[in-house]
Design a protein. Structure first.
Length: 123
């Protein structure tokens, strides 16, 4: 998957698309007006930009994703860890947990993910 970078406003708009796809571009404009106060022209401009970045496609007035929300945010997370922590996930978790205490539920979720990866390596 290629590196796709979007700003905060584009991210909010993208989340509207992911939550409602497939969605017509006119309905998308209405949704973005309700959710973030954008005019129709702004929605169409940002949609065009996100289509150029190959995150979404607009065919015959129907907007769908080319990249899932999960895949996009996974890529963003990977890039953040790579750039900020030299690719070290343990360094990221250590930095994160020094300022914000992990809840028991979060610890259990992390342990579950690690166990799943251990099992995948055993196969």
């Amino acid at each position: 998957m290629k590196d796709i970078q979007i700003g905060t406003a584009e991210s909010k708009f993208a989340d509207i698309i992911w939550a409602n796809e497939p969605v017509t571009s006119s309905h998308l404009a209405k949704l973005s007006e309700e959710a973030i106060g954008w005019k129709k022209s702004t929605s169409f401009t940002v949609l065009k930009r996100l289509c150029k970045k190959e995150l979404f496609k607009n065919e015959n007035g129907t907007v769908t994703s080319l990249v899932t929300r999960g895949d996009f945010y996974s890529l963003c997370g990977e890039k953040f860890v790579d750039e900020g922590f030299g690719g070290s996930l343990p360094a990221f978790v250590a930095a994160f947990s020094t300022r914000r205490r992990l809840s028991q539920k979060q610890i259990e979720e992390i342990e579950r993910v690690l166990q799943e990866h251990r099992e995948d390596q055993d196969d």
